[in-house]
Design a protein around this ligand. Structure first.
Ligand SMILES: Cc1cc2nc3c(=O)[nH]c(=O)nc-3n(C[C@H](O)[C@H](O)[C@H](O)COP(=O)(O)OP(=O)(O)OC[C@H]3O[C@@H](n4cnc5c(N)ncnc54)[C@H](O)[C@@H]3O)c2cc1C
Length: 405
């Protein structure tokens, strides 16, 4: 008989760590296994949408995020060549829909750190940092996870369920043989971080999408390690450009210098290159094992949807685990997790993130004109602006989830 008195969480990124907090707050013991010994500070997700702030409020993290993050009440679309401001969306249009009519720029590693600090206060939380999951199994009375530390020592952990939050290359998803349908973009994305103040110098807002048929970019401010604010610029690359060329001083200077003639590699604090996928796992629930976050779906970062929808997954599944744990529901409810989150990942997340990319990189001059006209009209008409923001901030997606049976 297995010791099935806990939920095992594989992966302590933002999704796994928030899931851990959501479970211990329901008095459900957890063991969380994370291969890193502390949250890595690589520049990944930073935009937290209103729908996610609402959920973070349920685990007492929203106040901290709002206090320490940068509030972004508006976001901007520009044309790169003309530098014309095409549209400014004011999130105040969401005031009657949410307590949080703004997004917050807050680096994901800080969210992980805050969630970890909260989880650690619960003695029913067993956090294993610096341990990697290497194998697992499940049967009628529970699950087993085998972990390995840096010295190659193995340990067996038993539990009732495994929540796989182990990111895109998920060991658990691969071990289950669950296929991720979709595709990988030919180009990669280059993220360059600088101190150049695009707000004070160039009139940008905290979140900006700069449209261009050959070299679009996205520009965001995040608090940075010293909280003084740093700026991330995200550029597409060409399929045949090598890592060495793109990350070289000359490569970096070419990208950033094209945007601001007076900037070059000396202004760049960090340079990172990412492969971009649009994929959804074919199953999110496999008996006692559940996939959440990047382990379940991957998308391009335009619109800042990956981390947000990952948190939405984990709040959905941890609620259902609680319902089954305390016998308010039968385990069949887990199938609903698959139906709800798989449908939204397929129909909503993929279509919105692909739409965001296609709009910003459009090459047909006629379509560019139409897109820009539509954006401007949507941003200026309060009804249209609200509808646009309900979709982009994932409030529509959360409401739709409640209707999927
Ligand atoms: C350039 C870029 C910008 C982005 N911007 C945004 C944005 O603005 N907004 C947004 O919402 N999303 C954004 N995203 C996406 C976002 O970063 C991811 O969706 C998010 O990190 C997913 O969180 P996660 O916890 O599911 O996975 P991860 O953050 O990948 O965490 C998985 C964790 O599991 C651990 N792990 C993996 N395998 C094992 C194992 N075998 N054993 C133990 N531990 C393991 C890893 O160490 C890691 O800590 C961006 C992504 C990129 C690349």
């Amino acid at each position: 008989m297995k010791k099935n008195d806990r939920v095992i969480i594989c992966g302590g990124g933002p999704v796994g760590m928030v899931a851990a907090l959501a479970l211990v707050k329901q008095n459900i013991p957890i063991t969380l296994v994370e291969s890193f010994s502390e949250p890595p500070k690589d520049p990944r997700a930073a935009t937290i949408h209103p729908s996610t702030l609402e959920m973070l409020s349920d685990v007492d993290l929203a106040k901290m995020v709002v206090k320490k993050g940068l509030i972004a009440p508006k976001f901007q679309f520009r044309d790169r060549k003309t530098q014309e401001i095409i549209a400014v969306f004011d999130m105040a249009h969401l005031s009657d829909e949410t307590e949080y009519p703004f997004s917050v720029q807050y680096e994901q590693w800080k969210l992980v750190r805050d969630a970890l600090n909260s989880v650690k206060r619960y003695d029913i939380a067993d956090i294993r940092l610096g341990r990697k999951a290497v194998a697992f199994s499940q049967d009628y009375d529970g699950v087993t996870l085998i972990t390995e530390n840096v010295d190659g020592e193995l340990e067996k952990i038993e539990g009732k369920y495994i929540l796989a939050c182990d990111g895109g290359p998920s060991t658990v998803r691969l071990g289950l043989g669950v296929f991720m349908s979709g595709f990988t973009w030919g180009e990669r994305f280059l993220v360059l971080t600088s101190k150049h103040d695009f707000e004070a110098n160039d009139g940008y807002t905290i979140r900006n999408y700069v449209m261009d048929p050959t070299e679009w970019c996205a520009i965001f401010k995040v608090p940075g390690d010293d909280e003084d604010g740093i700026w991330r610029t995200l550029f597409p690359t060409k399929a045949d450009e090598t890592d060495t060329d793109l990350l070289s001083d000359a490569g970096v200077s070419a990208k950033v210098g094209g945007l601001r003639f007076d900037m070059n590699h000396h202004d760049i604090l960090h340079r990172n290159l990412y492969t971009v996928n649009q994929r959804v796992a074919d199953r999110f629930t496999i008996e006692r094992i559940f996939l959440a976050g990047d382990a379940a779906h991957l998308n391009n970062p335009l619109g800042g949807l990956g981390l947000n929808t990952g948190i939405h997954d984990c709040m959905n599944i941890t609620k259902k685990i609680g319902d089954v744990w305390y016998k308010r529901e039968k385990p069949e409810i887990f199938e609903l997790y698959h139906r709800q989150r798989h449908q939204l990942a397929t129909e909503f997340l993929q279509s919105v993130s692909i739409e965001n990319k296609k709009r910003i990189e459009e090459t047909d001059p006629e379509v560019i004109r139409t897109n820009q006209k539509n954006l401007r009209e949507s941003s200026e008409d309060p009804v249209k602006a609200k509808a646009w923001l309900m979709r982009s901030s994932l409030l529509d997606s959360v409401r739709k989830e409640a209707t999927i049976e």
